[in-house]
Structure formats: structure tokens, C-alpha cells
Design a protein. Structure first.
Length: 362
């Protein structure tokens, strides 16, 4: 008799606690982005140069498709997403393959696999594979004003692997600190970890400012150590109810144990004008300079010094459908753009895309 009474008492004590603890919400979703791109240089390999998005020339293909499950609760959160597409193939091509249990063939299917725990109000710890903390542009085209990515987004990490701490210091300020395997790699390529940080400040409605940084050694274990440092400033401004402007400036450098320091940097401005509830016009201008080939090595002695501009129309249709068309021009100091069997200083790309977002009710 004592045992059943004890069990009932235990249930009675636990039940109110369980009733007071909200059950985390689980949501299922999917996204598919199909595209056709034309590059006037007509690269013989059909791979468009210096891009990971809409990367195939004269070819109907899938840029990105993913299925996802997200969990959100008072003390727990997470996201698990599997992916495929040409942008996945391009982004994971440099994933290190050290040993038999690493490399792009194992990693590229994972878009995110991250679990977070709230350790106190306003303080979260997340670990796993997650989207990078650098930049304003998303891997998912649906969430960007332009369809293709700026060079600063293409040549900063899309994803990271590690642990991060996020602190909501106030309703206007959020800070993050990251401990990572490296600069866009799930598998390690040396015995040294990298660190990252980000601060977001929203001083008032219509203004969002931020900074992101990274420091780590990205050379293989057998290579000469080169410490990579990167800093980025960004802003999102809404000067009018139908106009949004994104500004980004960054600079990076690698300092070897001996020898000179190599640098690179970029400036980007994007504007989106909403013409109607379903139609928007987006424009972009940018400059990217990496003359010493830290991130973008090219055979031309002038290095990679490129100015780019684009204009696009974004049409949001019912049922989660989005149709986007973009024209983008590139001008460089050197002849770096493929042109069949030679190269040129200027090229143009035209891209059209249709995407579908699906979200199941919880």
C-alpha cells in the first residue's frame, strides 16, 4: 500500500510543474528554388565563375531545395534541415576531407542541425551546424532583396560548425560569441579553433546597425600558419515605408608567421523599392578587391578587382510562390571572366527563378 501511495504523491507533485512548462512547438517546412541562368561569356564547363548561386549557365536546375523541422519553446530551440541543389554542390566543394569520416560527400546534405538551450532569461547557448553569423544576406534567396548574392556574401561563410552564445543585453542590443571549427568548414583541417563575434544594435525603428568579426588559422596542419582576421560593418535603413537600403563594408587580412600581410575588402549597397504589396524592384552596386588572391586567386596579374551592378524584379504570388528575374553586370581590372576558350574583362548574367515555400501548421 505504501508504494502506490508514494507513486501517487510523486505524480501529484510533478503534474503541476509539467502543466506549467509549455510544450515546445514543432513546425515542418520546405523550400524549392528552380532557376535558369545565361552568362554572355558562355563558359564551356557551364559553371559560372566566382559564384555559388545560380551557378550553372544555360541550364534549368535547382539552386536550393530543403526540408526542415524547427523547434521553439521557452527553454529549448533548434532546427534540422536537409538540402540539395547546385548552390550546395558549390558551397561544400572546399569542405576538408581529413580521414575517412569527413568531407563534402558527408557534410553537404546538412543545411542546419543545431540545438539551443536557454540558460537564463536572454541568454542562449546553441551548438551544431548553423548559418554563419557574418553578413546580412541569407543562403535562402527568398529572404534577400536580390536574387544572386553579393561578393561579400559569396566569399564569407554561409555556414559554421561549433557553439555560440547569444545574449539579448537589452531590447535594442544583441551580442553573439562563437567558437568554431573554422571559416566555413564542418570538418577540421588543423588543430586550432576559430572565434567569431557579432553585435546587433537597433537604436530606433527603421535603423539596424551591426558588426561581425572572425579570427582563425585556416591553413592545413602541414601548411604555414596564416592568421585570418575579418571585420564587417553593416546597416539596414528604412528611409520610407516602401524603401529599404542595405549597406555593407568589410576588410580582411591574413598575417603569416613571416612575410607580408595580404588584405582584401568590399563595399556593397542594395536598395529595394516596393511598388505594390506583391511587386518590388531591387538594385545593387558593389566593389570587391582581392588583388593578392587570399579568397579569390586568379591568374591575371591585376588580381581580383571587380565592380558589379544588378537590377531585378521580385514578384510574390499566392500560396508561397515567388518569381524573380535579375540582370547583373561585372567589370574587372584584369581579364578574369571566362569567354569560351579565353577570358574577358566584362561579363553579364541574366537569371530567372521561381520558388515555393511550404509551411505545415503545428
Amino acid at each position: 500500500m505504501i508504494r502506490p501511495v508514494f507513486m501517487l504523491a510523486t505524480i501529484a507533485l510533478v503534474a503541476p510543474v509539467a502543466a506549467q512548462t509549455p510544450v515546445p512547438t514543432v513546425r515542418l517546412g520546405a523550400f524549392a528554388d528552380a532557376y535558369y541562368a545565361w552568362d554572355v561569356g558562355r563558359p564551356s564547363s557551364h559553371d559560372r565563375a566566382f559564384a555559388t548561386q545560380a551557378v550553372r549557365h544555360d541550364e534549368f536546375n535547382i539552386n536550393l531545395a530543403h526540408i526542415e523541422a524547427t523547434v521553439s519553446g521557452d527553454r529549448v530551440r533548434g532546427r534540422f534541415a536537409l538540402q540539395a541543389g547546385t548552390s550546395v554542390q558549390a558551397n561544400y566543394a572546399g569542405e576538408p576531407a581529413i580521414g575517412s569520416n569527413s568531407g563534402p560527400s558527408l557534410s553537404r546534405s546538412i543545411q542546419e542541425a543545431v540545438v539551443g538551450v536557454r540558460v537564463r532569461p536572454g541568454l542562449w547557448v546553441d551548438g551544431g551546424v548553423f548559418f554563419s553569423h557574418i553578413g546580412q544576406e541569407s543562403w535562402i534567396s527568398r529572404d534577400n532583396p536580390t536574387y544572386t548574392r553579393s561578393f561579400t556574401a559569396e566569399y564569407t561563410p554561409y555556414y559554421s560548425s561549433g557553439v555560440k552564445v547569444t545574449w539579448a543585453a537589452s531590447p535594442k542590443v544583441t551580442a553573439q560569441v562563437h567558437l568554431l571549427n573554422g571559416w566555413q568548414n564542418i570538418s577540421e583541417n588543423n588543430e586550432r579553433k576559430a572565434v567569431g563575434a557579432r553585435v546587433d544594435w537597433n537604436p530606433r525603428a527603421g535603423i539596424a546597425l551591426g558588426w561581425a568579426g572572425f579570427r582563425g588559422d585556416e591553413q592545413p596542419e602541414a601548411g604555414v600558419r596564416r592568421t585570418r582576421n575579418f571585420h564587417q560593418l553593416f546597416a539596414r535603413l528604412e528611409p520610407a515605408t516602401d524603401l529599404t537600403v542595405w549597406l555593407t563594408a568589410d576588410r580582411g587580412w591574413e598575417r603569416p608567421e613571416s612575410g607580408s600581410t595580404a588584405t582584401w575588402g568590399s563595399l556593397t549597397a542594395i536598395a529595394e523599392r516596393r511598388l505594390s504589396p506583391t511587386l518590388a524592384l531591387a538594385a545593387r552596386v558593389e566593389r570587391y578587391v582581392d588583388r593578392e588572391g587570399v579568397l579569390i586567386p586568379v591568374p591575371d596579374p591585376a588580381g581580383f578587382d571587380v565592380t558589379s551592378a544588378s537590377v531585378g524584379l521580385n514578384l510574390r504570388l499566392p500560396e508561397g510562390i515567388q518569381w524573380r528575374t535579375e540582370a547583373r553586370g561585372y567589370w574587372s581590372d584584369g581579364a578574369v571572366w571566362p569567354d569560351r576558350m579565353s577570358s574577358r574583362r566584362h561579363t553579364t548574367a541574366l537569371v530567372s527563378s521561381i520558388s515555393l515555400t511550404f509551411a505545415a501548421a503545428p
